[in-house]
Ligand binder design. Structure first.
Ligand code: SF4
Length: 440
């Protein structure tokens, strides 16, 4: 097939990374990217099924495409990603505009599936149960020149009761360390200075490899040795598997950023047990304290779900207490939404929506105040930023990220290219960003 394609991505970094691979495959076939539906010969959605409203948004967009297809019968519509993996042929039946459905394990097959669909009157659906090709080995069209994601493992062996990921992405499969290092070397040769290592649970990296080595800590040390890579991030570690070795490697490796995303999900032991998380609030706080003790200036973020089935006001108060004790730099907060096919979706959920929304507001108010006070502590300090480019809202300013991942806006000195590492003096703080001046 030829022409232009529009690619929309829903969901997490893993999906964004897969979309880079999808774009790489289409570019290699000579297709050009467009942002306008009316210019596109192929519209492609890389979907997420973690939250219910993502499904609704997708089916809404597919419904609107039906009219576009009636006007332009040559338009091809393809749907991949987690929702496609989960729903397969049902998705094509529910959305008649769809020509191709592919899953999370067979990205590499997309060009062939598009060719098959071009010669077929019925939708082409292909879902694979296992990954034959690690997405990172496919060509990529990266959105940013200086930062890149690198997949280190796919799938998850945990069984959090609210989560559909294990059912969709399958068992955990670790990628060989030598392949990860080789990809980082290739990225460095291409001008990348920051890599983010991706896995559903990076701390269990290597458990399925021969001899159960290397551990994640060993991998951090290996990537730290790649010339040209100046910053390493990773996401996400599971709190129950955060090992002292990982903390030690983070402290020891100069290029590993002082940033930890440690999803807690709830502060009540009863709710944590119902979620099947494998730790108590006290254990979580102990691990967090050890990480902070081992790594100077550690920035910590988390995920929190409000209104898990059966959460009482006392349970919710325990979440507020944990948030107060943990003093997170930031938190991704969600109101629980049931995912069909998960254990939690079958649980009684008597709490009214209004009450959950009120808890959500109380939580975000508290975390907003903590984030602001954490950011205020940086005012007057010099921080290293990796410059991303002009600020989206004010092009007279540049945007960069600290090693802790905090956004910093500084006046553009006209002399700083994206991808530069610069020092900024922090002059102001809000709950979601810092302001400063370039120094030196
Ligand atoms: S660790 Fe839990 S929340 Fe994370 S992907 Fe695995 S099952 Fe889902």
């Amino acid at each position: 097939m030829s022409g232009r394609y529009l690619l929309r991505t829903f969901g997490c970094q893993m999906n964004e990374h897969d979309s880079e691979r999808i774009a790489g495959l289409l570019d290699a076939r000579g297709l050009e990217r467009t942002d306008a539906v009316e210019d596109a010969d192929l519209v492609l959605f890389n979907t997420c099924c973690i939250r219910e409203n993502a499904d609704q948004r997708l089916y809404g967009q597919l419904g609107r495409l039906r009219a576009e297809k009636a006007r332009r019968p040559g338009l091809t519509v393809a749907v991949g990603g987690c929702l496609a993996q989960k729903d397969g042929a049902d998705l094509a039946a529910r959305a008649p505009a769809v020509d191709v459905v592919f899953g999370t394990h067979n990205l590499a097959r997309l060009p062939d599936l598009l060719d098959t669909a071009a010669a077929s009157d019925t939708p082409v659906v292909e879902i694979a149960a296992e990954t034959a090709t690690f997405p990172s080995t496919l060509p990529a069209a990266r959105d940013k020149a200086h930062t890149a994601w690198v997949t280190i493992a796919i799938g998850c062996d945990n069984s959090c009761t609210f989560c559909i990921v294990p059912a969709v992405r399958g068992r955990e499969v670790s990628r060989r360390a030598a392949d990860i290092v080789a990809e980082c070397e290739m990225l460095a040769a291409d001008g990348v200075v920051e890599v983010t290592l991706l896995g559903q649970n990076v701390n269990s990296y290597g458990r399925d490899l021969d001899g159960r080595r290397p551990l994640f800590a060993d991998l951090l040390r290996s990537v730290d040795g790649v010339a040209g890579i100046q910053r390493i991030r990773f996401t996400s570690p599971h709190p129950k598997d955060l090992r002292p070795e990982t903390v030690a490697a983070m402290a020891e490796c100069e290029t590993v950023c002082e940033q930890l995303h440690l999803p807690v999900q709830a502060g009540s032991d009863r709710v944590l047990a119902a979620m099947h998380r494998g730790y108590t609030a006290a254990r979580y706080l102990e691990r967090l304290e050890s990480a902070r003790a081992g790594i100077q200036d550690l920035t910590v973020s988390t995920d929190i779900i409000v209104g898990f089935p059966g959460e009482t006001e006392a349970d919710f108060q325990a979440t507020l207490d944990l948030v107060e004790a943990a003093q997170f730099d930031s938190a991704f907060t969600f109101v629980y939404s049931p995912r069909p096919g998960t254990v939690a979706a079958e649980l009684d959920d008597p709490t009214p929506v209004e009450e959950k929304e009120d808890r959500y507001r109380r939580l975000t108010d508290l975390q907003g105040a903590i984030s602001w006070s954490r950011n205020l502590e940086l005012v007057g300090r010099d921080v290293e930023i990796l410059v991303e480019g002009p600020s989206k809202k004010d092009t007279s300013r540049l945007t960069g990220r600290t090693r802790g991942g905090k956004l910093v806006h500084v006046p553009d000195d006209g002399n700083t290219a994206p991808g530069s590492l610069r020092t900024a003096r922090v002059t102001g703080a809000a709950s979601h960003y810092l302001t400063g001046e370039l120094a030196g």
